[in-house]
Design a protein around this ligand. Structure first.
Ligand SMILES: NC(=O)c1ccc[n+]([C@@H]2O[C@H](COP(=O)([O-])OP(=O)(O)OC[C@H]3O[C@@H](n4cnc5c(N)ncnc54)[C@H](OP(=O)(O)O)[C@@H]3O)[C@@H](O)[C@H]2O)c1
Length: 326
């Protein structure tokens, strides 16, 4: 077979896969339609300046919630706030707050400010993530992708739990991905020290998001705080910005993917719907439960692994606590 035939075969294969994705997305498209209002409620959305986080924050604000846009880039966050307020004819309650999830010091600072400024917290959406980044070690000695996608949402949730419990019934929604099925969790090497690549680290952290949610649900039993995790589907956002050639292929891929607005619908279903009020760690996609399907790794149901991941993450966080007090 010559190179041209191999190239044509590859393009045909990619075309068939993308068309199948598009047909699936169109057939399953399920906007979250509900009249539920959120006046008097407060929500935090991490990474709310763009992509799914932006559309999630906009919808929550439209329902009357006070929405805190927790973002690392304050300029982008202010622009998102302006856009949201314009949509709401300046009648929304939207606040910008700095949060850099790659830094546990920033997470602690954000939590401190939240307790100082907010009297309640009804919805926490751990949305922000990075994918396909080169290996980078932060000042606190953590690997950047693992810190941003897993360690920081874990710490943020832990620090905000008292406020969530005080405001019960309240909800925690963690964004994961179907890519969890390619993920592996090695509790002895949680940050890929032995073996790192950008794509695997994304898949591994997305599996960790599920294990975290399952264990969190067990620990929240009886508190009035519910939790679940969401695979939003394939949506045309900036999530692949770490990949080489992303600016070229993302606009093309977006033709086959959901819009970011459609991609936010399952998160909204998890955060707002009556059905998910008492969620106990379920894995959702397309506004329905997808537990025990091929969309989720079998290791998500290994309670021993969930517990070990929890303890190993606490140990990692403890190292950053020491460094921040030095
Ligand atoms: N899009 C999809 O097809 C898809 C599929 C499955 C799962 N997901 C999940 O959906 C969630 C949202 O992704 P998206 O598609 O909306 O991606 P996106 O457009 O790239 O948005 C990611 C958001 O996270 C923020 N962020 C990244 N690193 C951060 C850090 N260290 N501290 C604070 N904020 C940080 C980004 O801020 P900046 O703008 O400043 O970079 C941005 O606001 C992610 O958890 C992702 O894993 C997405």
């Amino acid at each position: 077979m010559d190179l041209i035939s191999i190239f044509c075969g590859f393009c045909l294969f990619v075309g068939i896969v993308l068309t199948a994705v598009k047909l699936y997305e169109v057939s399953i498209k399920k906007p979250f339609v509900s009249e539920i209002k959120l006046h008097g409620k407060t929500a935090i959305v991490t990474g709310a300046n763009t992509g799914l986080g932006y559309w999630t924050a906009l919808d929550l604000a439209k329902r009357g919630a006070r929405v805190i846009l927790a973002c690392r880039n304050l300029q982008k966050a202010e622009e998102a706030k302006k856009k949201i307020l314009k949509e709401l004819s300046d009648r929304g309650d939207v606040v910008v707050s700095h949060l850099d999830l790659s830094s546990m010091q920033s997470v602690r600072q954000f939590a401190r400010e939240t307790y100082e400024q907010e009297s309640r917290l009804d919805i926490l959406i751990n949305n922000a993530a990075v994918s396909s980044m080169p290996k980078t070690i932060t000042e606190e000695g953590l690997e950047f992708t693992y810190a941003t996608n897993h360690v920081a949402p874990f710490l943020l949730t832990d620090l905000l739990l008292d406020l969530l419990k005080k405001s019960a019934p309240s909800r925690i929604v963690n964004l994961t991905s179907i890519m969890n099925t390619f993920g592996k969790v090695d509790v002895g090497d949680l940050q890929g020290k032995k073996d790192y690549d950008g794509f695997s680290s994304y898949c591994n952290t997305k599996l960790m998001n599920i294990l975290f949610t399952k264990e969190l649900a067990r620990r929240l039993e009886g508190t009035g705080v519910s939790t679940c995790c969401v695979h939003p589907g394939a949506a045309g956002t900036e999530i692949f910005r770490g990949l080489w050639g992303n600016q070229l292929f993302t606009p093309f891929l977006s033709l086959f993917f959901k819009t970011p607005r459609d991609g936010a619908q399952t998160t909204l279903y998890a955060a707002v719907s009556e059905e998910m009020r008492n969620a106990r760690g379920e894995y959702l996609s397309d506004s329905q439960v997808y537990d025990h399907t091929w969309w989720i790794s079998g290791s998500a149901y290994d309670q021993g692994l969930c517990k070990k991941l929890w303890e190993a993450t606490e140990a990692i966080i403890a190292t950053t606590d020491l460094s921040s007090s030095n």
